[in-house]
Design a protein around this ligand. Structure first.
Ligand code: 13P
Length: 251
């Protein structure tokens, strides 16, 4: 039985004043939820505040990105995995579609980031997903396979990593993949990872992301290979986010 994970990706949202209430409400609500891992991934600049607000709570936190280089050095504007650990991060999102499409991150770069994350003892949340035109062209599985294989070829094992399937056409659009559409891809991801190790694949948590809300989370989480969610917009509202966490608890 895989323990579900619900992670909030705040993207470029928040303010020091606004985060305070959101974090306090999420931490308080999480106390009533058992059997679900809960995390938030704020912008880097808020990590110190988030650490102070969530230390000792049931809610973990993580980064939204990291530098592929390990160590320190002349990489202006970058944040290393060790720095994220220094602020108590457990997770880091890798290869989000916004990083891939807006900032040109390649599969190879994503693979290097994955390796850097595990070297820093962070749990990577590796995002994969197809564009609308790729789905319409019938190439969804080929795209997901390419994105996954870039990482699988770079590591001995996925270890404790988490994979998030986020169809790009469902992100921030209000258009969710149907539970059946999502399950089909989640099953494909698990079979692909199994080539590298059946045990790792069986234990792998595969999250769904893309317009998940309190009202649609339960039907998604009821699917056999959906082990939680990576939540964008709905993670900015404490009650909505907690409703999604509760849906994972009863799945
Ligand atoms: P939305 O939940 O806002 O669609 O965003 C999904 C996402 O990209 C999470 O990483």
């Amino acid at each position: 039985m895989r323990r579900p994970l619900v992670a909030g990706n705040w993207k470029m949202n928040g303010s020091r004043a606004g985060n305070e209430g959101l974090l306090a409400a999420v931490a308080a609500g999480a106390r009533e939820i058992a059997g679900v891992d809960i995390a938030v991934c704020p912008p880097f600049v808020y990590l110190a505040d988030v650490e102070a607000a969530l230390a000792g709570s049931a809610v973990a936190w993580g980064g939204q990105n990291l530098c592929q280089e390990t160590g320190v050095g002349a990489y202006t504007g970058e944040i290393s995995g060790a720095m994220l650990r220094d602020f108590g991060c457990r997770y880091v999102i890798i290869g989000h579609s916004e990083r891939r499409t807006l900032y040109g991150e390649s599969d190879a770069q994503v693979a290097r980031k994955f390796v850097a994350a595990t070297a820093a003892r962070l749990t990577p949340i590796l995002c994969v997903g197809e564009l609308l035109e790729e789905r319409e062209a019938g190439t969804t599985e080929a795209v997901i396979a390419r994105q996954l294989d870039a990482v699988l070829d770079a590591v001995d094992s996925l270890g404790q990593a988490v994979v998030a399937y986020e169809p790009v056409w469902a992100i921030g659009t209000g258009r969710t993949a149907s539970p059946e559409q999502a399950q089909e891809v989640h099953g494909f991801i698990r079979r692909r990872v199994a080539r590298k190790g059946a045990d790792t694949a069986a234990a792998l948590r595969i999250l769904y992301g893309g317009s998940v809300k309190g009202s649609n989370a339960a039907e998604l989480f009821a699917m056999a290979d959906i082990d939680g969610g990576l939540i964008g917009g709905a993670s900015l509202k404490a009650e909505e986010f907690l409703e999604i966490c509760r849906a994972a608890q009863s799945a």
